[in-house]
Design a protein around this ligand. Structure first.
Ligand code: NAD
Ligand code: LMR
Ligand code: MN
Length: 593
């Protein structure tokens, strides 16, 4: 299923470029470094600028891999790889694709959280499009400076208000999201733009940091903020009407509002809401099929801990899928969810419901009779809810490390039938913010729980009585396992919208590819597969997700005119970008960058 196999390195057509000499070596898009062939060195004035020996991409990867390994901390590896990206894209992506399992956690979650938090100190060369509030009047000029003459498929935009679980990061960048699109989604990196809307920060550490690189002011809100974001969205719509606009790490209220505002007029996608919703839906669908008595989505009782962008994305995605697949009403589906936030269970007439600016949460407020505390007052905590609801699935997107305590998890098990497997998904990132460690959950549930996490945890050994031990693979329920495919599918089909049904089609496809579902005997040699596929086959998996999404777009009429279902797979194969070097020929009118 590895889509790299679709494109053998032979038959790469030559490419005309108009760069030469030093500028060619300094262009990360076209640079080949020591892999420039003899004739290219001669043609482009490089002979005296490179050591004599010509290396293959494989040899370059071997050297770069050696160099990565000499860096002793993950952050040092991250900064090394960032420099490599600034020098040579093909080598960077080729190296990453050869070592996905080791390097994705370095360039993405969890290490990228450290890199973003430290951005103003480790930044060496800027990357992407920086749009700061004081430059609002010339936003179009800055936008065109970066994008003119380019064929852009994707914009990833952030205002960094809710970066992963580490909050307001001001000028924090989200370039890692674009990298994942190219690495495992097959998008050509020259067709992607990462943009930061710098509207200030409320993070005092950043405001007080003399080296802080962003706008040193408190965050702008209200009309000024809306006007600024709108200006950007309208530029994207005007100049690149067929692009996908991916929103990342906006604060929860803005995240929902902006998605609702723009999703009907452009292909916009909010990763924290829809990507997280889709990957979690896939995970839950796989889990319900694995349980000893396969159950429907609408048979589940969901406790969602942390009702922010991620938690609400998960809730609404599960609810929508329930309505579509189990054909039940919205009200009926809403009743399968119990939402808990800082103020405990969200219920009507709590006072909080009236102040809640986030409309998406209101329809999930529980009736006030569910104020399950001894005297009917105060907040209803997670343990109260678990005891009263007897959930089949417990999902965390709260940033509250350790919130799924032993008592909570054991209470959940006690509420289920002895052969019923609890679905427990502590999804907060980075790793240190997880609601419970997978090894603890498996210990407390005697190996019964079906667990997936937001950050990578590898495998966990569980004692299942006496001497017997199992090695359980903990699936990563991270939106990276699905958003590149969702995005690629939407771009491939030139969809003007990203519809819920396209997302559900992608999630269903991912659930079908669950290795735990595929392994007939769940326990092979004491090894238990993960609920979702491993990151090292994420490229092939996302390719399949993309096909499902694009086919659904054709089926429902959101794809471009004339695209036929039978063509989707071939067109997808042709569009996949693979890191490899074409032969360059000098052409005065050729590509410059
Ligand atoms: N695995 C994934 O793919 C994925 C995707 C998105 C978000 N996340 C993670 O989920 C977490 C939340 O992200 P988000 O974008 O939804 O952020 P967010 O700020 O929008 O939401 C967090 C919510 O948790 C609530 N919360 C905080 N402390 C709480 C507590 N003690 N009890 C209950 N609720 C509490 C907050 O009030 C807020 O509503 C982060 O750690 C993020 O990394 C994971
Ligand atoms: O970035 C990730 O790893 C997932 C998600 O988008 C998050 O904000 O945590
Ligand atoms: Mn995110």
């Amino acid at each position: 299923m590895d889509f790299h196999a679709h494109k053998p390195t032979e038959n790469v057509p030559p490419q005309g470029i108009s760069l030469r000499g030093k500028s060619l070596l300094e262009s990360p898009r076209f640079n080949k470094g020591t892999a420039f062939t003899r004739s290219e060195r001669n043609r482009f004035g490089l002979e005296g600028r490179l050591p004599y020996r010509v290396h293959s991409l494989d040899e370059q990867c071997a050297r770069a891999w050696e160099q990565v390994q000499t860096r002793t901390t993950d952050l040092a590896k991250n900064t090394f790889l960032q420099s490599l990206k600034e020098q040579n894209w093909v080598l960077y992506y080729a190296l990453l694709s050869r070592h996905l399992r080791a390097l994705v956690p370095i360039i993405y979650t969890p290490t990228e959280a450290e890199a973003i938090a430290d951005y103003s100190h480790i930044c060496r060369r800027s990357e992407g499009l920086f749009l700061a509030l004081p430059n609002e009047a010339k936003m179009e000029e800055l936008f065109l400076e970066e994008t003119r003459g380019r064929d852009i498929d994707l914009f990833v935009v952030t205002d960094a208000e809710a970066t992963l679980g580490i909050g307001d990061q001001g000028v924090g960048i989200s370039t890692a999201k674009s990298v994942i699109y190219s690495l495992i989604g097959g998008l050509d990196p020259s067709k992607t733009v990462s943009a930061i809307l710098d509207v200030g920060t409320n993070n005092d550490c950043l405001l007080n940091d003399p080296l802080y690189l962003g706008l040193r002011e408190r965050r702008v809100r209200g009309d000024m903020y809306d006007r600024f974001v709108d200006k950007f969205v309208q530029l994207v719509r005007k100049h690149f009407p067929h692009s996908l606009l991916h929103f990342e790490d906006f604060g929860t209220a803005n995240a929902h509002r902006l998605l609702d505002q723009y999703r009907h007029t452009h292909a916009v996608f909010n990763d924290d809401i829809q990507g997280t919703g889709a990957v979690t839906l896939a995970c839950v669908l796989a889990a319900t099929r694995i349980s000893s008595r396969p159950t429907k989505l609408s048979d589940q009782r969901f406790v969602i801990f942390g009702a922010g962008a991620g938690g609400m994305g998960i809730t609404t995605q599960l609810r929508d899928a329930m309505m579509t697949t189990d054909r039940i009403s919205r009200d009926e589906a809403n009743r399968s969810f119990w939402l808990i936030d800082k103020e405990g269970l969200l219920f009507e007439e709590s006072g909080v419901d009236k102040e809640d600016s986030d409309m998406s949460r209101r329809e999930f407020y529980r009736p006030k009779e569910e104020r399950w505390t001894k005297d009917g007052s105060g907040t209803v905590g997670l343990l109260d809810v678990v005891c009263a609801v007897r959930p089949t699935a417990l999902i965390g997107a709260s940033t509250r490390a350790g919130a799924f305590t032993e008592e909570v998890v054991r209470a959940m098990v006690d509420g289920l039938e002895p052969d019923q497997r609890p679905i427990i998904l502590p999804l907060s990132n980075p790793s240190r913010l997880i609601e419970a460690k997978p090894q603890d959950i498996l210990k407390w549930t005697n190996g019964m729980a079906l667990v997936a996490t937001g950050s990578p945890f590898g495998t966990v050994k569980v004692n299942v009585g006496g001497e017997s031990e199992r090695e359980v693979t903990i699936a990563e329920c991270n939106n990276a396992l699905i958003y590149p495919g969702l995005g690629f599918g939407a771009i491939l089909s030139c969809s003007r919208r990203v519809t819920d049904t396209m997302l559900i089609a992608g999630a269903n496809r991912l659930a079908d590819l669950s290795p735990l579902l595929a392994s007939e005997a769940e326990d092979v040699d004491g090894k238990v597969s993960g609920l979702l596929p491993d990151i090292d086959i994420a490229a092939g998996i996302n390719f399949e997700v993309a096909i499902a999404v694009a086919e659904q777009a054709v089926r429902e009429g959101s794809a471009r005119d004339g695209l036929r279902i039978e063509e989707v797979r071939e067109q997808a194969k042709a569009k996949v970008w693979v890191p490899r070097y074409p032969e360059y020929v000098y052409d005065e009118a050729g590509l410059k960058d």
